[in-house]
Design a protein around this ligand. Structure first.
Ligand SMILES: [Zn+2]
Length: 244
């Protein structure tokens, strides 16, 4: 190509997504003269789900803007907390994010997830049909046009993934109100009404507190409770007031 040459720089938060040669700071880029900012940014590896303001010579421009010779483009990250207007805040997680899905549900955040790989086209169309924010570590998936909204999950560690999502989208937290197995809503339950679902040892030892309205699973304060309570307490302490 020998079209217009521009200069482009990515914010530090976005550099992990950008092509390696683009990570240091502003670099020169030769466009074909008709590509939009959105196309150029994606072609350099950064999904538009991660992009906030696009500044051209210091002025904000839309993704449809076609940059011209010697213009300087600065790519900023999405603002945090990020608002996703148009529907209640709900998520859809790809097949690799099962632990994150269960932790979001533990905190009462609506997090759809299938443990089977349903494929990128199906994930994208579910995001659109159900107006869910698709969370993924797959940049290609996040570039699909049909997505309602999306978010790249920056870490591969569940603790950091949870903080990333809670800090970015600031969902309302309602711990112990959602089934970690199926994302259904929980209702209060007493031991008598769910007696036949419990093992004998459980029946004797634990206090039942909830049952899933969707799959019937019974929840009680059992062996893993302290560990889960720690996850809840940490999240509420840091993000409990940060409601979008
Ligand atoms: Zn359930």
């Amino acid at each position: 190509m020998n079209g217009p040459e521009i200069s482009i720089s990515f914010a530090p938060e976005l550099q992990v997504l950008a092509a390696p040669a683009r990570r240091g700071g502003a670099t020169a880029f030769v466009t074909d003269g008709s590509s939009t900012l959105g196309h150029i940014v994606e072609s350099l590896g950064v999904p538009l789900t991660e992009v906030g303001a696009l500044l051209v010579d210091g002025r904000a421009q839309p993704v449809s803007y076609v940059p011209r010779e010697r213009e300087s483009v600065e790519v900023r990250p999405v603002e945090r907390p990020q608002r996703v207007p148009g529907a209640p805040l709900r998520f859809l997680l790809d097949v690799h994010l099962g632990t994150l899905a269960r932790r979001l549900r533990l905190l009462g955040v609506d997090a759809a997830y299938e443990s089977e790989d349903i494929g990128d086209p199906e994930l994208a169309s579910r995001s659109a049909a159900q107006r869910r924010v698709l969370l993924s570590r797959d940049r290609g998936l996040l570039r699909r046009r049909e997505l309602w909204a999306g978010g790249f999950v920056y870490s591969d560690r569940p603790e950091e993934q949870l903080r990333d999502v809670l800090g970015r989208f600031a969902p309302r937290l309602a711990p112990w109100t959602r089934c970690t197995a199926c994302n259904g809503e929980l209702k209060d339950a007493d031991k008598e009404s769910v007696r036949e679902r419990l093992e004998h040892g459980t029946r004797r030892t634990y206090d039942v507190f909830a049952q899933c309205t969707a799959c019937g699973r019974v929840y009680w304060r059992g062996a893993h409770h302290a560990q889960l309570q720690t996850i809840v307490d940490d999240a509420v302490r840091e993000f409990g007031d940060a409601v979008a």
